[in-house]
Design a protein around this ligand. Structure first.
Ligand code: HEM
Length: 453
């Protein structure tokens, strides 16, 4: 049993409880978290209560478990929790002044302008391109077999596809293959740099490549914005260039650059990882692949907004996958005042973390939470409705994911095409090894057997 550490005591005479936790050093703690974050969380909650403190990356993180704490922190009714000072140290300088890093009135004003690029009419205008990209990329995936030694590494193909979504749907550019590959590489360098353990630039290292990538993206987007302001395109960047707030304000060029770089990051691993994990679960549980394929075969090749909503079973699989492999495992916040969460004293300046990934495994909310069971989201069972925050992979409150509907359309569109063209499987004893250090992604790129139907 490790020694116990304490957060500052509540004021004298207060009924609030003092937060405690294991005094384990942060490297040992990080290794423990990476090994099995859910088991570590359960263990600490049993010893120290639902709100406890951990040493992480050289600072103290207050972990606030359970849906009540998540609701209180993320809804932020008293405006005591800020995003910028909590997310910025984790993300590094790569997503400076992206929407997630803004707070309070400034955040609300930017978000209301950006919302126009995510409303139903904007989403409908992206659908045509999403369909074309999904059709083209799925058409290009070769057949392969695990048993014959030429498996299809599914994550690589899905990543290529979502990068083309970033270029064509987000930025409105269709580049020759080699230029597209170079720009995609730049995007990946920028968005993965924040996860680097070495957090200073040394020529050639991840951090250095991230800074170089950000500069390249800034220059590329700057030129695109000049062109997009002159036209009325239907890509996301053009929408942002022409969107206006209630008082007629517009985003500056620098605002759009900052928001676009963050959007590219927010959309990439989240959607690619979810797609890959869905392909995995549909291989592990072929009855679900069969059910969803039957549904997709009843519908046309090119789907509209309402038809995508009819893919009910696929929607349950999407929900179950984002429960089991929650793309954003934690939502950190900085307390800007002394406050409380679920009866615990939180001193001003604390870093408070909502562990959404671990919350999704709570047995009092989800029956047999370790099992893949999409039916739990059916109207009959609706386990996710037992609490407003029972299932919350897209967050909640003022910073709730702006791209939730976009992600749903993209993911369902790709799987609709995949289901119509292919059947796939993995060996019976295969379990996908998942790297949980940031967004859950397969360590082996998910090798599958893929056959044209
Ligand atoms: C499966 C896919 C996705 C998941 C699970 C996801 C999850 C999340 C979560 C949990 C947050 C809130 C973080 C916090 O409160 O600290 C968030 C914020 C955000 N997401 Fe997503 N996301 C996904 C895809 C996307 C896509 C495709 C886009 C853009 C097209 C996007 C754009 C954003 C933006 C702009 C924010 C910041 C919102 C704000 O601060 O107001 N996300 N996302």
């Amino acid at each position: 049993m490790p020694r116990t550490q304490f957060v500052a005591a509540p004021p004298v005479g207060s009924d609030l409880k003092q937060i405690s936790g294991p005094a384990t050093n942060w490297i040992a703690q990080l290794l423990r978290q990476r090994r099995d974050p859910v088991a570590a969380s359960r263990e600490d909650e049993a010893t120290y209560g639902p709100v406890f403190v951990l040493n992480m990356f050289g600072s103290k993180w207050i972990i606030a478990n359970g849906p009540d704490a998540a609701q209180q922190i993320l809804m932020n009714k008293d405006r005591v929790f800020a995003n910028g000072p909590a997310w910025a140290p984790l993300n590094g300088p790569f997503f400076e002044r992206g929407l997630l890093m803004l707070d309070f009135d400034e955040h609300r004003s930017h978000r209301s302008i950006m919302q126009q690029a995510f409303g139903r009419s904007a989403l409908t205008s992206y659908l045509r391109s999403l369909h074309r990209i999904a059709e083209r990329h799925v058409g290009e995936i070769p057949e392969g077999s695990v048993a014959e030694g030429n498996p299809v590494l599914m994550h690589k193909y899905l990543e290529r596809l979502t990068l083309d979504v970033a270029l064509e749907v987000f930025m409105g550019v269709k580049l020759p293959r080699d230029e597209a590959t170079a720009l995609s590489r730049t995007i990946i360098d920028t968005l993965h740099a924040g996860g680097s353990m070495v957090r200073v630039a040394i020529p050639g290292n991840k951090w250095w490549r991230g800074l170089r990538g950000r500069r390249t993206l800034e220059a590329f987007l700057g030129a695109r914005i000049t062109a997009a302001r002159q036209e009325q395109g239907t890509d996301l960047l053009s929408m942002l260039c022409h969107a206006t707030g209630e008082d007629g304000t517009r985003l500056t060029d620098q605002d759009i650059i900052n928001h676009m770089i963050f959007l590219l990051a927010a959309a990439h691993d989240t959607a690619t990882g979810t797609l890959t994990s869905m392909v995995y679960y549909m291989a592990k549980y072929p009855e679900w692949q069969k059910r969803t394929r039957e549904r997709s075969l009843e519908l046309p090749d090119e789907l509209g907004f309402d038809e995508l909503a009819e893919l009910t079973e696929l929607e349950w699989i999407l929900k179950e996958t984002t429960r089991l492999h929650t793309p954003i495992q934690i939502e950190p916040r900085a307390a800007v005042e002394d406050t409380e969460v679920c009866g615990y004293h939180i001193p001003k300046g604390s870093l408070v973390v909502v562990p959404t990934g671990a919350n999704h495994y709570r047995p009092e909310i989800f029956s047999r939470p370790e099992e893949f069971d999409p039916d739990r989201f059916s109207d009959d069972r609706a386990e996710h409705k037992s609490h407003r925050m029972a299932w919350a992979p897209f967050g909640a409150g003022p910073h709730k994911c702006l791209g939730q509907h976009f992600a749903g359309l993209e993911i369902k569109m790709v799987l609709h095409h995949l289901l119509r063209k292919f059947e796939w499987e993995v060996p019976e004893d295969y379990v996908m090894p998942v790297d949980m250090s940031a967004t859950p992604l397969p360590e082996d790129s998910l090798p599958i057997t893929l056959r044209r139907r």
